[in-house]
Design a protein around this ligand. Structure first.
Ligand SMILES: [Zn+2]
Length: 100
């Protein structure tokens, strides 16, 4: 996440319940997400699709198949999962607060 952070009033991740409160581009650009853009939940590494007003939803099976062909998206998922595993292995109580 190298681009500008956009602080948003999003909805909970459909996988883990973490509320989307910020987003940024992994390619370093300062572009706000558009409807249909993919995202990765920092709470669980789940692949998400942006809808109107920064709301997110689960991708369809076809969308997920397309998304996982993108190297950057796949590496982002792997990074979130690896960091979360390291955090939990270090005995920390919680990777991210599910409602923050
Ligand atoms: Zn999640």
């Amino acid at each position: 996440m190298r681009g500008r952070a956009f602080f948003v009033d999003g909805n909970p991740c459909p996988y883990c319940g973490k509320k989307l409160d910020a987003t940024s581009n992994v390619d370093g650009t300062d572009k706000a997400p558009n409807v249909g853009d993919y995202s990765v939940c920092i709470g669980c590494g789940g692949v998400l699709v942006f809808e109107d007003r920064f709301k997110v939803r689960e991708p369809t099976a076809a969308e997920l198949e397309v998304a996982l062909q993108d190297d950057t998206l796949r590496r982002t998922v792997e990074t979130v999962l690896r960091l979360r595993e390291q955090f939990e292995a270090a005995g920390r109580s919680r990777w991210v607060h599910p409602r923050s």
